[in-house]
Design a protein around this ligand. Structure first.
Ligand SMILES: [Mg+2]
Length: 97
């Protein structure tokens, strides 16, 4: 896959996931669990490559899903907001960069 194809696939997956699951948890640990779940699915797809008839396409699909969930975690809600809120600090900006 070319880089532009990968980025396009991630954007499509992000839009698909946001439509299918419009609510994204505010709890950072629940967000991390979603990313971790996708990571586990990618590892399983890799394991299936060797001895259970898996395909590289399944691995790629899971990698795209991980990337999409990472973007979702970065965007919703911004991590800085969560961290400041946890510390009881006033929130001045909503982006993390
Ligand atoms: Mg998956």
């Amino acid at each position: 896959m070319k880089k532009c194809e990968i980025i396009e696939a991630i954007e499509e997956e992000l839009q698909r996931a946001e439509k299918k699951h419009p609510k994204w948890p505010e709890n950072i640990f629940k967000q991390a669990a979603i990313v971790s779940e996708e990571t586990g699915e990618m590892v399983r797809a890799c394991l299936h490559l060797e001895d259970e008839g898996g395909s590289i396409h399944q691995v790629k699909d899971e990698l795209v899903q991980i990337a999409a969930m990472c973007i979702r975690m970065l965007l919703n809600p911004p991590l800085e907001k969560i961290l400041k809120s946890a510390k009881g600090e006033q929130i001045e900006r909503f982006d993390i960069f």
